[in-house]
Design a protein around this ligand. Structure first.
Ligand code: NAD
Length: 281
């Protein structure tokens, strides 16, 4: 029997790396990509993984990568930037526009019954997308001047990296739902995962910058950071046949943060921490 193949982009660190470890344990052959191969090298050696340097925001490189890809059973896109890692424009370009392009190109390599997993965030669940014009823009991530158009709608003073992060991840939530039907027609599934505060280099960077988030974490139903393994176990479940009737939806792996904050009164510490994250410059 041929072994299943998983392609993970953003596998050099954090959740992507943990997903490589879990899927290797589950019997997958691995094709791993990240901005550089440095973080992938230990995985290449340990798991005999195929590795590649790839910037998903580089459309030409993405096309070449897609052309060289064999048929795959699982596609996991974890590459992303947090609010401290880029400008309003760059975060939207990587987290939303490039992810959408990667889904479009790489889904063509999925075998029957294959699945794709996108990574959203708990911040997406309370992002300000009530205005249908904002939602419409998030649903057309390839539109030129996306950042400028969004900035016009939310007001230039709100066009901060934290807001770009929340909007880009809200776009990812919507993408998994929007793509469910075209995926389904091909016999494929697509889901998103919304991690909470996860103990990865990115998670530590953001928590280190926000006392509000650190305090709010203590009020979450599970009052600690999650591990990248806890997220990757959920990813491994969703790409597996055990999840064969699950598509077009999001799984929150956040220690209950979003659920509790939605139930909380306005001004509660959980709600405020998520809202304040958008004001990061
Ligand atoms: N850690 C958290 O607390 C948390 C919470 C919510 C959502 N997330 C999301 O989970 C995903 C993974 O985050 P993580 O915590 O593992 O972060 P991380 O920084 O540890 O890993 C992200 C990886 O993505 C790669 N990457 C970034 N830009 C890329 C690009 N343009 N092309 C290719 N690779 C690129 C980085 O080099 C890095 O190896 C991200 O999308 C992030 O937004 C993380």
């Amino acid at each position: 029997m041929t072994r299943p193949v998983a392609c993970i982009i953003g596998a050099g660190s954090g959740i992507g790396r943990a997903t490589a470890e879990v899927l290797h344990r589950e019997g997958y052959d691995l094709i791993l990509a990240d901005l550089s191969t440095e973080g992938l090298e230990p995985l290449r050696i340990a798991f005999n993984a195929q590795v590649a340097a790839l910037d998903i925001a580089d459309r030409h490189a993405l096309g070449l990568f897609a052309n060289g890809l064999p048929e795959i059973d699982a596609l996991v896109l974890t590459a992303g930037l947090s609010p401290s890692m880029g400008s309003f424009e760059r975060i939207l370009a990587v987290n939303l526009t490039a992810t959408a392009a990667a889904v479009e190109l790489l889904r063509q390599r999925l075998r029957a019954e294959g699945a794709a997993i996108l990574i959203s965030s708990m911040t997406a669940h309370t992002a300000p997308v009530e205005d249908p014009r904002i939602a419409a823009l998030l649903d057309q991530p390839e539109k030129p001047d996306l950042a400028a158009r969004l900035s016009e709608l939310i007001g230039p003073e709100a066009a901060l990296p934290g807001m770009a992060y929340a909007l880009s991840k809200a776009g990812i939530l919507r993408m998994a739902r929007r793509f469910a039907t075209p995926f389904g027609r091909q016999g494929h599934r697509i889901c998103s995962i919304s991690p909470g505060c996860i103990d990865t280099p990115m998670g530590r960077l953001e928590m280190g910058r926000s006392e509000t988030s650190r305090n709010a974490l203590k009020a979450a139903p599970i009052p600690r950071s999650g591990t990248s393994e806890e997220v990757s176990e959920a990813i491994a479940f969703l790409v597996s046949r055990r999840a064969s009737y699950i598509t077009g939806c999001d799984l929150q792996v956040d220690g209950g943060w979003v659920g509790a904050s939605l139930a909380d009164p306005p001004g509660s510490s959980l709600k405020s921490a998520v809202a304040l994250a958008r004001l990061k410059d």
